[in-house]
Design a protein around this ligand. Sequence first.
Ligand code: SAM
Length: 198
Amino acid sequence: MHLHDPSYWQSIYDAEARPGWDMDSPTPLLPELLDLAESLGLAPGPRVAVPGCGFGHDAAELARWGFETTGVDFAPAAILGARARYGDAVEWREEDWFQLEAPPYDAIFDHTCFVAMAPERRAEFVACNARRLRPGGIWLGAFFHTVANPPGPPFATEPEELRRLAESQFEVRHLGPASRSHPRRAGREFLMVGVRRP
Ligand SMILES: C[S@@+](CC[C@H](N)C(=O)[O-])C[C@H]1O[C@@H](n2cnc3c(N)ncnc32)[C@H](O)[C@@H]1O
């Protein structure tokens, strides 16, 4: 079974009622990233996608703040769990992020998605995010530079690796440590704000 395959993730949902990554609440990095974007003069437009949304806490929080939010996850249990928790406040899509057919979004909120992908797929993931955004659209992301159980998933990355991968298609407007991480993740995460080049 492979990370590229939904059955890999589904088997974790089948084995654990609440997988180890699930915080049962939206990440406190969500307001930190939105504040950061605002301080850069980058208010996200209304349509936001959350790839690898899991049980949907971040997507539902974005919807609560008034964004038209789409939560995407290819594991059936993730989407079932998200819908059970949050109903139809979010458009839930049980699909592979790499295959999704959707009009371009204004923003992507990436929390534990990039780092969940196999590292050899990172360039492909960045290109996919660029395709999913309109020109000028924003990629807001939180990433582990240090993981609790190497090698992963999640797989650690470094700010400079992310910059190198992103910058062909994104203008990287911010790259720096996260200050409002969940206590279980404190000191292990960094943030990026990237703007999709025209
Ligand atoms: C580590 S979990 C994080 C879930 C959620 N973001 C959270 O923080 O609770 C990664 C999620 O990404 C999903 N995923 C992995 N690859 C995916 C892909 N190619 N398309 C859609 N979802 C994917 C998995 O099914 C899993 O639910």
